[in-house]
Design a protein around this ligand. Structure first.
Ligand code: KIV
Length: 282
């Protein structure tokens, strides 16, 4: 089966419609999702065969330099969504509902989701399940496709004691299985599983009709997601073990800017060809 991207046969189905995700799982076609936060990264992804773009609230950490995602607001997520939508109009775009947006009742969640969909998202992603599955059901029944997210849910970082592998004991694993099933029943069309043991992720994947998309959850998921900047080496420090880096754009960028600085200091930039002149006769 061809991939779910805008160039494939499911492009029509994915133009604002998440049904292609279930179809991909049924056909055994792995779903490929990557984050983007701005028009340029979205343009690059539009040129690639990825199926789906996630405007993640990881933007707070990756492009705004914060230590967690809690500072994201509906307005900020809407701004990033508009930028991504301009760069990749043919891709299926999922945007994160920011911190607490699903915890203030159905009306508040609807307003936030409406803002994100009007900004160009085709679906929203909501972290966690307990205490807000009724909100997820209400959004779905209101025509808003919802992707779930369990395991390491960064909006709960203060409760989780940091960015750590989750569901390692039997009780937590049992809770995750229950939450996954509750999300499917509430109408979620797909589920991100972040940083959980591979065996648990595979088990949940087999138990659900909706596809799972893993990050740090092993190869048994129905798809994988990575942060664009991690994939391309635009990060500092040691990457988590689930990151595979395919390029070193940090080195490319630093080398390019260093060359330009040397040309400026050496007086070889700008050249005559890079300079405007008055028209002849002035
Ligand atoms: O915000 C994000 O980038 C995410 C992914 C890591 C799944 O939620």
């Amino acid at each position: 089966m061809a991939p779910l991207n805008s160039k494939g046969p499911l492009a029509g189905a994915l133009a604002g419609n998440p049904d292609g995700f279930a179809a991909a799982k049924a056909a055994g076609s792995r779903i490929v999702m990557v984050t983007a936060y701005d028009t340029w990264s979205a343009r690059l992804l539009a040129e690639s065969p990825v199926d789906c773009i996630l405007v993640g609230d990881s933007a707070m950490m990756v492009v705004h330099g914060e230590k967690d995602t809690l500072g994201a607001t509906p307005e900020l997520m809407a701004m990033h969504t508009r930028a991504v939508s301009r760069g990749a109009p043919g891709k299926f775009i999922v945007t994160d509902m920011p911190f607490l947006a699903a915890r203030k009742g159905e009306a508040h969640a609807l307003d936030c989701a409406a803002l994100l969909l009007r900004s160009g998202a085709h679906a929203v992603k909501i972290e966690g399940a307990q205490g807000h599955t009724h909100v997820i059901r209400h959004l779905v029944e209101s025509g808003i496709p919802v992707m779930g997210h369990l395991g390491l849910t960064p909006q709960w970082v203060r409760n989780l004691g940091g960015f750590k592998v989750q569901a390692r004991d039997a009780a937590a694993a049992g809770q995750l299985r229950e939450d996954a099933s509750a999300l499917e029943q509430a109408g979620a069309f797909a589920l991100v599983l972040e940083c959980i043991p591979r065996g648990l992720a595979s088990e949940v994947t087999s138990a659900l009709r909706i596809p799972t998309i893993g990050i740090g959850a092993g190869a048994g998921c129905d798809g994988q997601v990575l942060v664009f900047h991690d994939l391309l080496g635009l990060r500092e420090g040691t990457a988590p073990k689930f990151v595979r880096q395919y390029a070193d754009l940090t080195a490319v960028a630093v080398t390019a800017v260093t060359s330009w600085a040397a040309d400026v200091r050496g007086g070889t930039f700008p050249s005559e060809a890079e300079t405007y002149h008055l028209p002849p006769g002035h």
